[in-house]
Ligand binder design. Sequence first.
Ligand SMILES: N[C@@H](CCC(=O)N[C@@H](CS)C(=O)NCC(=O)O)C(=O)O
Length: 205
Amino acid sequence: MPELRLTYFDIHGGRGEPARLALTLAGIPFEDRRVVLSDWRDLKSEMPLGTLPVLEVDGYPLTQSNAINRYVGQLTGLYPTDLWQAALCDEILESVEDISTQIGATFRMSTDARRTQRELLVAGPIPLFLGRLGTQLRARGDRYFADDRLTMADLKVFAWVRHLRSGVLDHISSAIVESCADNLCAHQERIAAEPAIAAWYAERA
Ligand SMILES: N[C@@H](CCC(=O)N[C@@H](CS)C(=O)NCC(=O)O)C(=O)O
């Protein structure tokens, strides 16, 4: 097994969380390097693309969260080996990335611009996406997004939905998921109840 160090912000959720959870579920040791915002300015220039997450594999850095998710997914057995199921898994990884990018851009805005932009997202793109994601989950059996079992796609959706429901995003109601796609809430709660995941968050409450 390679030596792994995953660098990401010291938050619950976000782009680094699916890889943290996958490695934890599989019991694969890794260094969970957490960056506090006050240290980020100095660290940013050391990162290959100036962004996080970064996974170092035997000292070699890998950027781009979904590249990390696919690599970690294969390492942990949480990425489908069947080509079609892998494509379905990728579809979800990339869809969540699209909407996360839109929300992520609001963090860099002024207070007023952030409010306006988040209100625009709440008025259209977020509910639309949640509804469609819920429909996809239902069409695939209403438990998992690909391969009839837990994969990186589920962990990516889980981390995003958990973040939305936590209420930490100003101007985005924590009830938005429930009102658009309650099956996504059930999906999130089911994954949260996995013993290794429940223990992970209990330790970091
Ligand atoms: N497409 C990249 C986006 C990376 C990204 O924007 N990461 C955010 C955190 S989730 C970041 O590093 N923000 C701090 C910055 O850009 O200075 C990926 O998927 O990894």
